[in-house]
Design a binder for this molecule. Structure first.
Ligand SMILES: [Zn+2]
Length: 445
């Protein structure tokens, strides 16, 4: 059951995200926007935008299957509309809009669909992208919440209210999930173990020699591709094109067979890599383990391990396998000290899972309270394009280009994930080549 106070919270939250403003600033605009149940032709105030609520927030509907949008969706100004319908009336400086962009945006921003469809999960207990409304209604490639925000500004303009545009600029958040840090996670032992198989002819001589050279520090581990991320950005993105960019590396430290079975070897390598990343201005985050996706209370321990390794406070997180499975797990994530997350993209479909292409505060749609976690929605992961969406190089490039174009159009933050293992050259995949080509598009104005 939802009460009026909660509906008011939901409205203010959504408005704040749409207008991308502080709570104080948004309060100044609340007087010009009314979101109240319809009373026939009763729109008393001048210079007001009336958004007529659909039945989404009705107490008998909210939280039930009846609140899910029906396909095909309606549209407003060419934008898919989840609730309400395409009707706008204009009377003097009153505008009455029947397209419920408030409920529509709220639905997407809060992962509301996952709350209602709790029985729909994949083999890793994740809500599958292919089951999601943005995919089924064919708008996963569009940040429709940002499109609603543009629409809202244009409506306010009609009644004489000019809302200043947010100061943000298009930016790049380049991220890497360090699932594997060593080619031979068990150190010299794993190399020595290979000798019998070499003797039996099962392993190539050069493979064993290479592994030995890596262990003796005569050769760089091929997984240590970390400089490539910094080199890519130094190609001029930041300075020439004035694109703000950040690099974040997420380290998997907990409940990990490599980290826990041979912590000494892992620690040694991780400490050295983390120090270099910090020196170069990169950010370190936790890559919450697979197990932490099912048991979120493990996050505390994992944060502690990583904080000891990097000797700094860990505030950022992305879950391994993108397993922030249940919305309410956000409370444990928050309790572990994390206030910045970038887990929320679908592993099986690239695009705008939350309908938005910029950072925003996440809200629990059950408690109607902020998690106090700033979400940086993951837009593009390399493995999704090839392994899940089965795109060829050219198709993957075109698909990525469109996602970048959409994000740029809304001055958003393009969050992309390339694993360090995906930048090893001479692999049987297109990841290193696609990475370079995507970075090149960023440089184009
Ligand atoms: Zn991972």
């Amino acid at each position: 059951m939802i009460n009026n106070e909660q509906i008011s919270k939901a409205f203010k939250y959504t408005l704040k995200v749409l207008l991308d403003m502080s709570t104080e600033d948004v309060a100044n605009y609340c007087q010009f926007i009314k979101y109240l149940p319809r009373r026939e032709n009763f729109f008393p105030e001048e210079r007001v935008l009336y958004i007529i609520p659909s039945n989404f927030f009705d107490s008998a509907i909210y939280g039930t299957e009846k609140s899910l949008p029906l396909l095909p969706l309606k549209e407003i100004s060419g934008i898919p509309l989840l609730f309400g319908y395409n009707k706008i009336t204009h009377d003097g400086n009153r505008l009455v809009v029947y397209a419920d962009i408030i409920a529509s945006a709220f639905f997407l921003l809060t992962r509301y669909e996952e709350l209602i469809r709790k029985d729909v999960r994949d083999e890793h207990r994740r809500f599958p992208g292919e089951e999601s409304l943005p995919f089924r209604a064919d708008f996963i490639h569009r940040p429709v919440v940002d499109e609603y925000a543009d629409l809202l500004r244009s409506w306010l303009k009609i009644i004489g209210i000019n809302v200043p545009l947010p100061k943000r600029k298009f930016s790049l958040q380049l991220t890497c999930d360090v699932d594997h840090i060593n080619t031979n996670p068990f150190g010299i032992i794993s190399v020595l173990r290979r000798i019998p198989s070499f003797v039996l002819g099962r392993q190539n001589f050069m493979t064993v020699i290479n592994s030995l050279a890596i262990q003796l520090n005569l050769k760089t581990d091929p997984l240590h591709t970390f400089d490539i991320y910094f080199d890519a950005l130094q190609k001029g993105i930041t300075e020439v094109q004035n694109i703000r960019s950040e690099i974040t590396f997420f380290f998997l430290v907990g409940s990990n067979k490599y980290a826990s079975l041979n912590r000494t070897n892992y620690r040694k390598t991780a400490i050295s890599i983390i120090r270099k990343i910090i020196m170069k201005g990169g950010n370190i985050g936790l890559h919450a383990s697979y197990q932490a996706g099912s048991e979120p209370d493990l996050l505390h321990e994992e944060c502690d391990i990583l904080e000891q390794l990097c000797e700094c406070k860990i505030l950022r997180n992305r879950h391994h396998y993108l397993r922030w499975n249940e919305i309410e797990d956000g409370w444990e994530i928050k309790n572990s000290g994390i206030n910045w997350d970038s887990t929320l993209g679908y592993p099986d479909v690239a695009g705008f899972r939350l309908g938005i292409c910029r950072p925003f505060q996440l809200l629990d749609p059950e408690r109607m309270e902020l998690f106090e976690i700033e979400e940086h929605p993951l837009i593009l992961m390399e493995g999704t394009l090839s392994e899940r969406m089965q795109l060829s190089f050219d198709e993957a490039y075109d698909y990525s280009k469109n996602l970048i174009r959409q994000t740029r159009k809304h001055s958003g933050e393009f969050v992309m994930l390339w694993h360090n293992s995906s930048l090893i050259l001479h692999q049987n995949n297109y990841y290193p080549a696609l990475f370079n080509k995507i970075i090149d598009i960023m440089e184009m104005s």
